[in-house]
Design a protein around this ligand. Structure first.
Ligand code: ADP
Ligand code: MG
Length: 317
């Protein structure tokens, strides 16, 4: 197996689309951006042992490498179109690449994204993807734009992926439903698109809700007050961890790839019907305040809540 055999393998399996003038095989790809659309570009790298456990199946790595990138486009309300893939592999392993493509291309097909090029090199296992999407001019959602009094919303549930990682790190058996959220995150592409024109600001939750909402608040020059007991959790998460651990995983865990967004109170019905139409649940978790960058957490009774000290939580079994 040479670099060129691997590229031939990728080329043979990658689908194309009508706006790809020239895909894999030349020195660069040529893409036709429709007139009247802005191009939206994002890039994310996954390193073995840092962004996924070493024992992750190649197909799951493929899925996740594209999913985390599509999640960035989702947060901008962009419609994905094309992607490029840089693969660094310790060995020229065709079976590994084939497995990787199973996951990567399954998600690419689902979102009609064409793989139009990339780079293949020898080195520690690392995957870097660039995605290109399209929006109408001024149609993108941004981190900036949240206003005092807006509701804070989040799609889906939080904490499952971080819970799987904790169980893996502790050497415990990982609940399959939690592991699935870690390995195969669902980028909220349709939800992001549906929220364009309704949400005032949006970010995807990759580093943990508090960290990412913090970015949104900083960009919008506002603060937020959150109700920790309102944070959405899966039944599996609630069954596997005590309440404080659940809240910690939800608020500080990360790897969720849900959308956290803000919208005026008057838009509640519009948010609900937009997300209902794409079958994505969403929960109101708090509101935007005038306290610059400050995120205050309280429980259902109004008492202050902060993540427990490290080591306080007892994860697993
Ligand atoms: P160059 O040396 O000119 O950069 P390469 O030999 O790296 O060309 O790549 C040849 C073609 O294969 C290019 O079209 C490139 O985009 C594509 N390619 C290389 N690696 C990948 C990959 N991992 N995924 C998709 N396309 C790839
Ligand atoms: Mg090259």
């Amino acid at each position: 197996m040479s670099e060129f055999d691997l590229i031939a393998l990728i080329h043979a399996r990658a689908a194309t689309r009508g706006d790809v003038v020239l895909g894999i095989g030349d020195d660069a790809a040529i893409l036709r951006v429709p007139s009247g659309r802005d191009l939206v570009v994002a890039m994310d790298t996954l390193n073995s042992g840092v962004h996924f456990p070493e024992d992750t199946a190649p197909a799951d790595i493929g899925w996740k490498a594209l999913a985390v990138n599509l999640s960035d486009l989702a947060a901008m309300a962009a419609t994905p179109a094309w992607c490029t893939l840089s693969l660094s592999l310790p060995q020229p392993d065709a079976a590994w690449v084939d497995g990787f493509l199973d996951g990567f291309l399954a998600l690419a097909t689902r979102h009609e994204v064409a793989l139009v090029g990339g780079d293949t090199t020898r080195g520690p296992l690392s995957v870097c993807v660039t995605v290109h999407g399209l929006v109408e001019p001024r149609g993108a959602l941004r981190r900036k734009g949240a206003r005092v009094g807006d509701d804070v919303w989040v799609t889906g549930t939080l904490g499952d992926a971080a819970a799987a990682l904790r169980q893996w790190q502790a050497g415990d058996a990982i609940a399959p439903a939690l592991r699935a959220r870690l390995d195969r995150p669902t980028p909220r592409v349709a939800a992001g698109h549906a929220l364009a024109g309704i949400a005032t600001a949006c970010i995807d939750v990759s580093d943990g809700l508090l960290a990412d909402l913090g970015h949104l608040c900083r960009a919008s020059r506002v603060g937020a007050a959150l109700d920790v007991d309102a944070l959405p959790a899966s039944d599996t998460l609630r069954a596997a961890f005590d309440r404080d651990s659940v809240c910690t995983l939800q608020s500080a865990g990360g790897d969720d790839y849900e959308l956290c967004f803000t919208a005026p109170k008057t838009a509640r019905l519009a948010v609900e019907s937009a997300l209902f139409a794409c079958e994505v649940p969403a929960t109101r978790i708090g509101r935007i305040t005038a306290d610059a960058e400050l995120i205050v957490l309280h429980d259902a009774d109004g008492g202050a809540w902060s993540p427990p000290r490290r080591g306080y939580e007892h994860f697993g079994g």
